[in-house]
Design a protein around this ligand. Structure first.
Ligand SMILES: [Zn+2]
Length: 253
């Protein structure tokens, strides 16, 4: 098949990740409005005068044209829709978590326009609101949108409902709650406490409207408990540590 016969995609995209590739090129991962996640090479993008290279920045919103390649797709053109506003270190660290989670939890070329909107909304909101809560909320919504949502209403061992007031445990491996009756007989490793309060916070974050958040008092203890469960669970799903979370922990944010 000649190059001109290969598929040319045009779409709006949010840039998730960019890295240098060979001597003059860049490799990028984007999440697009109509085509889901796309990965491609931008040839010559590391040359100073290359317009693609200047626009291809993490969190930028671009209109891109990508040509299907034999081994990997390549960027034909891109134009700027919106550059990310200047972020402080904390906002950038959380934006990197949202981007990396999107990259690892989605498949190539599976259209999910609602996810594109969700990511755009989260990246905008973390500039205005508490970025930690925005990104936790985004991560929870992303798990639901990609079919990875854990079981938080029933025990994954015995199947019994866990009431809203009951404290329970969470198995990252099984992807759900372990009730207090099952805990003593449960042989699996790595159970984490999952209090009623942490589960209530999870539900609040799952529904969080960044523009008009419903009133809720977030306690530090429940927040840390939820974070631990969430990131351990994601680690089990993706089977690799996230670079952005390492960076975040180094910043001690
Ligand atoms: Zn049980």
């Amino acid at each position: 098949m000649s190059e001109s016969q290969r598929e040319l995609l045009a779409d709006d995209a949010l840039v998730l990740h960019v890295k240098n590739w060979q001597t003059a090129d860049k490799y990028a991962v984007c999440f697009t409005k109509e085509h889901g996640k796309l990965r491609f090479i931008a040839y010559g993008a590391r040359y100073e005068k290359n317009i693609h290279g200047r626009l291809l920045q993490p969190f930028a919103n671009l209109h891109i044209e990508v040509q299907q390649g034999q081994k990997i797709d390549k960027l034909r053109s891109c134009e700027l829709l919106q550059m990310p506003k200047s972020m402080d270190m904390q906002q950038m660290a959380y934006a990197a978590v949202a981007s990396e989670l999107t990259a690892v939890l989605t498949e190539d070329r599976v259209p999910q326009p609602e996810l594109y909107e969700m990511l755009g909304a989260a990246l905008a909101a973390l500039m205005q609101r508490n970025p930690r809560l925005v990104v936790l909320s985004y991560a929870i919504k992303l798990l639901a949108a990609t079919g990875f949502a854990p079981q938080l209403t029933h025990c994954v061992h015995c199947g019994e409902a866990v009431t809203a007031k009951e404290n329970a445990w969470f198995s990252p491996l099984q992807g759900g709650l372990i009730c207090s009756s099952c805990r003593s007989s449960y042989n699996g490793d790595g159970l984490e406490p999952c209090s009623a309060e942490a589960r209530e916070l999870w539900q609040w974050l799952a529904q969080l409207d960044y523009e008009q958040p419903a009133p809720f008092r977030v306690r530090g203890g429940a927040l840390m408990e939820l974070e631990k469960i969430l990131f351990k669970f994601i680690f089990f799903q993706t089977d690799k540590p996230l670079n952005s979370l390492n960076f975040l922990s180094q910043l001690q944010l």
